[in-house]
Design a protein around this ligand. Structure first.
Ligand SMILES: CC(C)(COP(=O)(O)OP(=O)(O)OC[C@H]1O[C@@H](n2cnc3c(N)ncnc32)[C@H](O)[C@@H]1OP(=O)(O)O)[C@@H](O)C(=O)NCCC(=O)NCCS
Length: 169
């Protein structure tokens, strides 16, 4: 397995990964068409790539995708589920079912947290303890509540005490 930057031609993959993130429990089914047709979910992928987007894709030895993670700035006028501030990017992360449980998700998460980001937010649904555990171990803390999910925020060491003040892109 290795990691590579997400590319413009990964747009369809990212749509599928949003569907997997929604369907993490197996309770809520979601597919490609539903993501594209859902005004909220589509915000994470529409127009990919946009200025400020940054992402990583994990691929196997044949170059087939195993999963991906990306960050997108979503404005208050069209926020994601983990909106904190206009200058705090929201994280999306999912690993294809056959790639799970061997460190791919952790490596993708770490790839998104390297660099100069003052803060990153995400949404994790109640019961998704595998994902929640990863986030807690990487320093995310719960800062809000949206439906049946927690909004989590990670402020980088040396970053702003309060998110949403000084991020630059
Ligand atoms: C959550 C997800 C991204 C994790 O990816 P992954 O590649 O399976 O995760 P990893 O192998 O890196 O393991 C992450 C943690 O889960 C634990 N884990 C792995 N497989 C597990 C299993 N079968 N049961 C319980 N815990 C497990 C690991 O021990 C690890 O914990 P650690 O940090 O204490 O070592 C992946 O399961 C996934 O895509 N789930 C569906 C989509 C989703 O939930 N996305 C996140 C939305 S917020």
């Amino acid at each position: 397995m290795h990691l590579r930057p997400a590319r413009p031609d990964d747009a369809d993959l990212l749509v599928d990964l949003v569907a997997l993130a929604v369907a993490w429990s197996g309770r809520d089914a979601a597919d490609h068409a539903q993501v594209l047709g859902d005004d909220h979910l589509v915000r994470y992928v529409e127009g990919w790539p946009r200025t400020g987007d940054r992402g990583t894709v994990a691929v196997d030895d044949e170059g087939c995708p195993l999963g991906g993670a990306w960050l997108r700035l979503l404005p208050a006028s069209r926020p994601g589920y983990s909106y904190v501030a206009d200058d705090v990017p929201e994280l999306t992360l999912a690993v294809l079912p056959h790639g799970r449980g061997r460190g791919v998700g952790t490596r993708l998460l770490d790839a998104c947290l390297t660099g100069d980001l003052p803060a990153v937010s995400l949404s994790v649904e109640d019961g998704n303890d595998r994902a929640r555990g990863m986030y807690l171990r990487r320093g995310f803390v719960v800062v809000g509540r949206e439906g049946g999910s927690d909004v989590m925020l990670r402020t980088a060491p040396g970053g702003p005490a309060t998110a949403g003040s000084t991020a630059t892109w």
